[in-house]
Design a protein around this ligand. Structure first.
Ligand code: ZN
Length: 75
């Protein structure tokens, strides 16, 4: 699925960290992060977004588990 000459990616979201574009021509989502661009289908992008959220949740859970050590001793 190479980019075609008629590619017209439209920016649907942008933040200081990344820019998300959608191309109606090839129906691909472009995720631009600095020098890196990930191109994927809408379905792949949806799965990716869920996976990233799950990874973030997992990371937070890990931080909670490692920083909240019980400080009290039970006699
Ligand atoms: Zn395109």
């Amino acid at each position: 699925m190479a980019a075609t000459n008629s590619c017209r990616p439209e920016t649907i979201f942008s933040s200081p960290g990344c820019e998300v574009q959608y191309c109606a021509d090839c129906q691909m989502v472009h995720l631009n992060m600095g020098a890196l661009t990930l191109r994927m289908s809408e379905q792949q992008f949806a799965n990716y977004a869920i996976d990233i959220s799950k990874a973030m949740f997992s990371l937070r859970q890990r931080e909670v588990a490692t920083t909240h050590q019980p400080a009290q001793y039970v006699m």
